[in-house]
Design a protein around this ligand. Structure first.
Ligand SMILES: [Zn+2]
Length: 171
């Protein structure tokens, strides 16, 4: 309903896979956003809907999203538009999606991990106004979520994530 085209100068995400995750996958949702993948979550829907499974399938179809679920019955209903997530460990979940050829091992910092909105380059006043920002800006690039008014930067968090999902380097 509200396709995100990104702001000028940003990468075009139209050819990338998009995901919708069930309530079991809040952490995976945040990881996928950090990896630059447009991912919505059942956690963003009103609770107590007895037909939520059907709603997730419909949203997946409408918004061309692949459903990520731990529910075998739901995955079966979603057929080739759904992935039955095997592990409870988020790194293994990411690994499964990589092995399926759906995503690439990368960290993009192009989306807000809280709300999925594409972030834009931050203005100096926004960096200066965030008391959680590092005081030394050298070598860092800062991004801003208009929706959450949240600042992101490519510091230790990005590197930690790269290390965690960068399993190929081991051994
Ligand atoms: Zn946000």
């Amino acid at each position: 309903m509200t396709p995100e085209h990104g702001t000028p100068g940003q990468k075009n995400f139209d050819t990338e896979p998009r995901f919708i995750a069930d309530r079991m996958h809040g952490t995976l949702t945040r990881y996928l956003r950090f990896m630059g993948y447009d991912t919505t979550s059942a956690n963003g829907l009103a609770e107590g809907n007895a037909k939520e499974d059907t709603l997730l399938l419909e949203l997946g179809l409408q918004e061309k999203r692949i459903l990520l679920t731990r529910d075998a019955e739901l995955a079966r209903r979603g057929r080739d538009r759904a992935v039955l997530v095997r592990s409870e460990d988020v790194i293994e979940q990411v690994q499964q999606l990589i092995e399926l050829g759906l995503i690439k091992r990368r960290v993009m910092m192009s989306r807000c991990s809280l709300c999925n909105t594409p972030v834009r380059e931050a203005f100096e006043c926004e960096i200066a106004g965030a008391d959680y920002a590092p005081k030394d800006w050298r070598g860092l690039s800062f991004h801003w979520c208009e929706q959450c008014k949240k600042l992101y930067w490519n510091g230790s968090h990005g590197r930690m994530l790269e290390d965690r999902i960068g399993g190929e380097k081991e051994g």
